[in-house]
Design a binder for this molecule. Structure first.
Ligand SMILES: N[C@@H](CCC(=O)N[C@@H](CS)C(=O)NCC(=O)O)C(=O)O
Length: 221
């Protein structure tokens, strides 16, 4: 039997999806077992009618919890946060909580959607692979610079102090993808580089990495 098979929670995921990776990290941090349901974005499975019933916009991740279906990583993580309040991902301090929302939203609104597969494919088709890569580097660079500035007065061991919170859950996959998929030069982002080292040492983050997922090819990172 595959790991997690028969668990009430089912996560529709693709191994390289940074959005799904956020949810995998949140589930791991909270110690919640889940069944992994692979959706192959390269085969267009996210556009199949069955998947569109789970998420009408046709993106992973989606979470099924019995009769409840939630899609979009932010909504899923908030659902998990309220259903499983242990290992809280939101600090009680109001300001720190707002900074967590801000950092998470820089990743989820101002970086990832602008370099999503659908955008990458469109740019590559219209302008070629070089333009696609320079676009992705520009978008990631702009967002990472903003995150460096935002977090410099808030970071401790992690993004907003010495505990792992929402900002870390969103930052880790974005940084991992920037390094491993797009070879972004991280020397310009010393704080994010240091945070990445911290994340890489934690099992909940390691286990959520693309290469560890059941749908990853043998040699992926
Ligand atoms: N806001 C959504 C975005 C979801 C999203 O963009 N997912 C990507 C993978 S990270 C996807 O399914 N892309 C397929 C495509 O671009 O066609 C979330 O946070 O879940």
């Amino acid at each position: 039997m595959a790991a997690g098979e028969g668990c009430p929670l089912k996560l529709y995921s693709y191994y390289l999806s940074t959005c799904a990776q956020r949810v995998r990290i949140a589930l791991n941090l909270k110690g919640i077992r889940f069944e992994y349901k692979a959706v192959d974005l390269m085969k267009g499975e996210h556009l199949n009618p069955d998947f569109l019933k789970l998420n009408p916009v046709g993106f992973v991740p989606a979470l099924v919890d019995g009769d409840i279906v939630v899609a979009d990583s932010f909504a899923i993580i908030m659902y998990l946060e309220e259903k499983y309040p242990h290992h809280p991902l939101l600090p009680s301090d109001l300001y720190k909580r707002a900074i967590n929302y801000q950092a998470a939203n820089i990743v989820s609104s101002s970086i990832q959607p602008l370099q999503n597969l659908i955008v990458e494919n469109y740019i590559e088709e219209k302008c070629g692979v070089e333009d696609k890569l320079s676009w992705v580097h520009m978008i990631i660079g702009k967002g990472f610079l903003a995150l460096e500035k935002l977090l410099k007065d808030h970071a401790g061991k992690f993004a907003t102090g010495d505990e792992i919170y929402l900002a870390d859950v969103f930052l880790a996959p974005q940084i991992h993808g920037a390094i491993n998929r797009f070879s972004v030069d991280m020397s310009k982002f010393p704080l994010l580089s240091r945070l990445n080292d911290e994340y890489n040492a934690i099992a909940a983050f390691q286990d959520a990495e693309p290469s560890k997922q059941p749908d990853a090819p043998q040699s992926s990172s």
